[in-house]
Structure formats: C-alpha cells, structure tokens
Design a protein around this ligand. Sequence first.
Ligand code: ADP
Ligand code: MG
Length: 183
Amino acid sequence: MGDAGRPASPQTVQLGLTVRYFLGLGSNLGRKRDNLSQARRLLKKNGLRLLRTSAEYRSQPVGDRNQPWFINQVLEAESGLEPSALLTLVKRLELKMKRTPGRRRGPRRIDIDILLAGRRIVSTPRLKVPHPRMTGRKFVLVPLCEIAPRALHPVSGKTIRRLLRETNDQSSLHKLRNRRWRN
Ligand code: ADP
Ligand code: MG
C-alpha cells in the first residue's frame, strides 16, 4: 500500500522539526544539586525531551576564582523550539529560579547554556551557538564527552573527545556519585 496522498502524521512532522540540543547546567549558590534537578524538571515541564544526562561534576570556578565551586552537568535534549526561542525559555527559567543578576560568570543559583544545537551555527548579538566558551573548558567537555564523545563541533569539525584531548584547562573537576532520587 502506498502513502500517496496521505498527510504526514503529526508525529512525523514533529520529528522533522525538532532540534537535538546539548545544554550545560551550572550552579554555585544555595542547594546546588537541588538547583540542577529543579532546572531539569522545569525544562521537561516546558516540553523538552531529555535524552541523556551526564553525571554531576564539582568544578573549580574558572575566571573569577573568588567564588564557590560549581556543580555542572550536561543534558542532551530534543525540542521543537528554534535556538532563539529556547534561549528565551532558558532565560525565563533562570529568572524563575531567581538567578542573582550581576557579575558575568559570577555566583549563580542556575546557569543554563546552549552548547550545541545539532549542526546549526547561530551568531547574533543575543545568541552564539556553538557556545563560544565551551571548547576550552573541562567542566563542559568532560560531562559532554561522557554522553556524546563522537558529537561534532560544527565550526571546528572536531569531535568532543578530540576537543577534550586538546584542551589545556588545568582546573579541577570531580565526578559525583549519582543520587538515587535524581530525575
Ligand atoms: P555566562 O554563561 O557566560 O556566564 P550569562 O549566563 O550571564 O554568562 O550569559 C550572558 C548572555 O549570554 C545571555 O544573556 C545570552 O543572551 C548570551 N548568550 C549568547 N550565546 C549563548 C548561548 N549559547 N547560551 C546561553 N546564553 C548565551
Ligand atoms: Mg549562561
């Protein structure tokens, strides 16, 4: 039986339009692991389908060192949102979680960065994808490599595994054991 004339099912249409994202989460204020779990919950509630989650890592702050250590995690998620719409959503969630505005790269309850959006390259004043500061950073590359070592960085064409091998970031990073109730 042929498919001619049959309209695509809603699901087919949806699949064609979804983007495969990698998101970086970070928290260094308050109950950090709870903040990450709240962020995952809010992302799901807002329609993102979480495909894979890395372990959580404790990482030494990079840049402004005079602040608490971070907990970092990377998520792979599928969404029908375009990158700019996803940025609007993550900023709203950061606000909802009362991220304290202030120093860039300073202490925050939650930071949600769009690391990769499939093979797309976005460069607007508001949004840059791939995230420009992801390539040299162990706190991004280590969790990303844990879930997607062969993913490609669409600008350099390098795999995540290779970017991690090539980084000379010396900062400390410790993998944390899973919590049994994590979501
Ligand atoms: P950082 O994550 O570098 O510590 P912020 O989270 O304060 O800094 O982000 C500052 C701005 O960076 C955001 O308001 C957003 O408009 C912009 N931005 C550009 N590209 C991205 C991206 N890929 N993911 C998240 N934010 C981005
Ligand atoms: Mg950010």
